[in-house]
Design a protein around this ligand. Structure first.
Ligand code: AHR
Length: 640
């Protein structure tokens, strides 16, 4: 038992933390991440593809003003005359129906792609180009491809063989002679005739772990540096999409295999999904980070909130289509875990991964309104998956809010169906997190375990303040203390590209050149790097109000004992630590402190103002540690 006393709020504040055991086992997977393609998180973000609208599939369904040539500009050189048209028919693959036909009357005619706000090229680095091309009329000649800077100066050039009568792939590696942050790609053709182009793609060779069709190295590394225990993907609202009519439910099968055969589709956050990061890439990224995959599949109903469905509210898949849909979900499990000679495991092996991905968790649905049509479909999916894969940990949903109608009906349904896990979401003001530090203390341990699947402290102006980050830190101590019932948690959303942000706050901001982790990121990182799998029971007495939150966990692999203290007081709190009951505890601790002005933010484009500072402290039992005003303090002790 730990006793914690905070005294009346007149400086100096004092408190004492007394460990008296015993420890209880807590989830070893408590801290993970939530990835959704909003805020240009995938295309134009984590996905390292530099070409925007590479397959000419953009349309007004993605965004009213977009079309098949969005991000492309017609270029004429050497007295060039001609045109470019987006066409269908004789396409590469039915899932990828559009391509561009460049018709040359005379001279050279081609297209320029400006990427996602320009392309960043670095001198001497390698860039892998690929495109599909086909001759449709006349005698098109060799294709010239250039990487250019913002002034149109060529930094690298390659010549590709003239197109043949069928679609064929051309590849080359280009190495720029100078740096640019505003580069572009130019593809030129000459010779009287019409040349088709599709899947015009350019990747930096240096991707995360050097993967082909890979992820942007710096952004992926910032995520990997968190050391998440799991990754929830692909969303969020992306999962259930905005409507059923055009199959906007996220269909994992259309996101695997050769990228030119995947079905791109509108992104309900108001842009386009190439699904270049598809299920294989998600699984691979998890494995590369040592994180467990936690996919979320649609519960066969659409989002109740979006206006894409013209105010119809939640739409449900017809019951006649449920059998096929359920089979899709079962096939996903086989794709992840089945032997390499199984029908779906074979496709995983063909993609270069014969070994299973060890899928352990699967969520069904994302914060849907809990309606009879939802419940019927959820149950059908859940029961079928559970019957075939009884060891898989299935996660249900209890609506978008931490309380209220859907939350209550979701829980009622979870109890009735004896669900193993439910996904709770809360985007609430910082004070809510402090007021709810004990939210899970009273949860019934014999009911569903909790996945706090989306949460963030929202300031009125949605700023990433230290105050919000500390409210989240305080909340995380509550999750650790209740890690026997809260099994998983993930802050949301993860990524946001400057200039393309639909939702704030986010954990990591970025542009094409740089990555700017928020102060909330620092909190997540400190918790993930200092997680435990045992927690000492705690008893907080705080007569002055909840100014100090704490947790005490142990990592049984290293034996390390970790104390976390979070203060929202605006003066230091002198805290006496009594850890005498813990045997073999070192009298030295690695100490990390995150503190600053509660309204400080680590802003995009600026040097961070709030960063953790680490040192080592000598602490015999009963020593006092100072918890600075507005701070998170992590003390990590070795044990013998
Ligand atoms: O995280 C942003 C959005 O918030 C998610 O897509 C959705 O699940 C929630 O409403």
């Amino acid at each position: 038992m730990i006793g914690l006393l905070a005294f009346p709020y007149t400086p100096p504040l004092t408190a004492s933390v007394v460990a008296s055991g015993p420890a209880k086992a807590i989830s070893a997977d408590l801290f993970g991440i939530f990835f959704e393609d909003l805020n240009y998180a995938a295309d134009g973000g984590l996905y390292a593809e530099l070409v925007q609208n590479r397959s000419f599939e953009y349309s007004s369904l993605d965004r009213r003003e977009w079309n098949g040539l969005t991000a492309w500009t017609l270029v004429k050189e050497n007295g060039g005359e001609g045109r470019a048209n987006v066409r269908t028919g004789s396409s590469l693959h039915p899932n990828n129906p559009h391509y561009v036909s460049v018709f040359v009357e005379k001279g050279s005619v081609g297209l320029r792609n400006d990427g996602f706000d320009g392309m960043v090229f670095r001198k001497g680095e390698s860039y892998d180009l690929s495109l599909f091309t086909c001759s449709f009329a006349g005698k098109p000649e060799a294709i010239t491809v250039r990487l250019e800077n913002e002034e149109g100066t060529a930094l690298a050039t390659t010549i590709l063989a003239a197109p043949g009568d069928d679609w064929s792939k051309r590849t080359a590696t280009l190495s720029p002679t100078a740096d640019t942050d505003e580069g572009h790609l130019v593809v030129m053709t000459s010779g009287h005739g019409a040349t088709g182009f599709d899947m015009v793609s350019l990747f930096p060779r240096k991707t995360f772990k050097g993967r082909a069709n890979g992820l942007r190295a710096d952004l992926a590394q910032a995520i990997a540096d968190l050391h998440p225990k799991f990754v929830r993907f692909p969303g969020g609202c992306i999962v259930h999409g905005g409507w059923l009519g055009l199959s906007n439910l996220y269909n994992w099968k259309e996101t695997i295999g050769p990228v030119e055969n995947r079905r791109a589709q509108p992104n309900q956050w108001g842009y386009h999904q190439t699904v270049g990061i598809g299920y294989f890439e998600y699984f691979q990224f998890c494995e590369d980070m040592g994180a467990k995959p936690l996919p979320v599949v649609p519960a066969a109903v659409s989002c109740q909130n979006t206006d894409y469905n013209w105010g119809k509210g939640q739409e449900a898949l017809p019951l006649s289509e449920m059998k096929a849909y359920i089979q899709d979900v079962l096939d996903l499990v086989e794709y992840a875990n089945g032997p390499a000679n199984s029908k779906w495991g074979k496709l995983r092996a063909a993609a270069g991964h014969p070994k299973p991905f060890n899928l352990e968790y699967l969520a069904i649905g994302n914060e849907e309104a809990i309606t009879p049509v939802f419940e019927a479909r959820f149950k059908m999916i859940h029961d079928a998956v559970h019957a075939k894969y009884p060891k898989l940990k299935l996660i249900g949903t209890v609506g978008p809010f931490p309380g209220g109608e859907d939350f209550d009906s979701g829980w009622k349904f979870a109890r009735k169906e004896r669900l193993g896990y439910v996904d709770e979401h809360y985007y609430m003001p910082p004070n809510w997190f402090w007021d709810n530090l004990r939210r899970y203390d009273g949860y019934n341990r014999s009911e569903a375990k909790i996945y706090a699947g989306e949460y963030a402290a929202h300031e009125t102006d949605r700023g990433n303040t230290l105050r919000a980050a500390l409210a989240e830190a305080a909340h995380l101590t509550g999750l650790e203390r209740n890690g026997d019932v809260v099994s998983l948690s993930s802050y949301a959303p993860l990524l946001a590209k400057e200039g393309h942000t639909q939702w704030r706050p986010d954990l990591i901001y970025f542009d094409n050149r740089e990555v700017f982790p928020s102060v909330n990121y620092q909190v997540q990182k400190l918790f993930m790097q200092n997680a435990g799998d045992r927690s000492l029971t705690s008893n907080v007495e705080a007569p002055s109000g909840q100014l100090l939150a704490h947790s005490l966990v142990q990592d049984s692999q290293t034996g390390d004992v970790i104390v976390k203290l979070v203060s929202r007081a605006d003066v230091p709190i002198r805290t006496r630590l009594d850890l005498t009951v813990i045997e073999g505890l070192s009298n030295r601790a690695a100490r990390t402190i995150l503190t600053g002005d509660p309204l400080a933010q680590n802003r995009f484009g600026q040097a961070p103002t709030v960063l953790p500072r680490s040192d080592e402290v000598f602490l015999v039992s009963g020593s006092e540690v100072e918890v600075p005003a507005n701070s998170l303090v992590v003390l990590r002790f070795k044990t013998r």
